[in-house]
Design a protein around this ligand. Structure first.
Ligand code: VAH
Length: 316
């Protein structure tokens, strides 16, 4: 039985539905700190529990109630909100993670925890960032991602917990909005392009970041969790990427679907400095070699799908 924490978030809401389609609704328990409107279908479609990831007692109860043996831990505070509320970020991302890992140790569960390109910092080689390299992020979110990677490796080495993770780039999707990240501009731009044919970006031109379409991100989680453990040299966490672009390149791609789309700038210094501290592009050879990572969407195929699906969602 699989428990998804943060199941009503940007990744969790789509992953829960995909997992239920593969493994059966009753085998995938969705949990979230609170119910959110717009997720009624997901909540009705299978087991749902209110769970604050910092409540270790409740987490243990749920694990026992459903006989959980896999936990996909998506409950987190992302980079931009993490800079507004650094202690909350540490508390959710680290104390939440240690609760999950302790359960994993007791119940011999497989644990998936996402890391991020945010696990790298200004002294990391920025182009084709290697799998193994300097990791000195200067955001609280990034600190929790590096600490989380090390903690997951520790629980594997020391206690044999089957921990696995990937370093996600910015994720783009049309179903659930992202929750307070720095790459969120690359999602909001599509909504505004459809609604008003223009968008004002808080990230400056020339700021290249790794990005990925959500279908590829979901496949990455499932493929890694299903991978033959004897082939895994790395575990926490694999570099994966699908594309790397800056706002101008994204706007050019959107103009192929929405001619005349106008991109303005009103740069947010906080989120710009976060973005500037991250790599421009990642080397994902290790993921390709150790568990067959192979993304399907590039910028233009993502844009085509995003815009056609959003037009339906927004009745445009
Ligand atoms: C964020 N979307 O912006 C997340 C992610 C790589 C970015 O970690 O914080």
């Amino acid at each position: 039985k699989i428990l998804v924490t943060g199941a009503l978030g940007q990744i969790g809401s789509e992953l829960t539905n995909k997992l239920r389609g593969i493994y059966g609704s009753n085998n995938v328990i969705a949990s979230n700190r609170r119910k959110k409107e717009g997720h009624e279908e997901l909540i009705e479609a299978g087991p749902f529990e209110i769970l604050d990831i910092n409540d270790g007692e409740e987490l243990l109860k749920i694990t026992k109630r459903y006989n959980i043996n896999t936990i996909i831990n998506l409950a987190a505070i992302l980079s931009a909100i993490g800079e507004e509320r650094p202690l909350d970020c540490w508390n959710v991302n680290m104390n939440g993670l240690i609760n999950v890992l302790e359960i994993g140790k007791q119940t011999k569960s497989q644990i998936y925890t996402p890391s991020s390109i945010a696990a790298f910092g200004p002294t990391t080689p920025p182009d084709k960032t290697p799998q193994d390299t300097i990791q000195r992020p200067n955001t609280m979110y990034g600190v929790t991602k590096v600490a989380g990677e090390l903690l997951c490796d520790y629980y594997f080495e020391k206690f044999g917990v089957d921990t696995r993770g990937v370093r996600f780039p910015g994720l783009i999707s049309y179903k659930t909005l992202p929750g307070g990240g720095t790459t969120d501009y690359a999602v909001h731009i599509y909504y505004d392009a459809i609604k008003q044919k223009e968008y004002t970006s808080f990230i400056d031109k020339g700021t290249k970041m790794d990005m990925m379409y959500m279908p590829d991100a979901l496949d990455a989680i499932i493929d890694l969790m299903e991978a033959d453990p004897s082939k895994l040299i790395h575990r926490n966490a694999f570099n994966i990427s699908a594309m790397s672009f800056d706002p101008e390149e994204l706007a050019d791609s959107i103009r192929k679907e929405i001619p005349g789309f106008k991109l303005n700038y009103d740069v947010d210094p906080v989120r710009q400095s976060i973005a500037d501290s991250w790599p421009n592009s990642l080397d994902d050879t290790a993921a390709r070699e150790e568990w067959g990572w192979n993304p399907k969407y590039d910028l233009d195929t993502m844009t085509h799908d995003m815009i056609s699906k959003l037009k339906i969602k927004l009745n445009k």
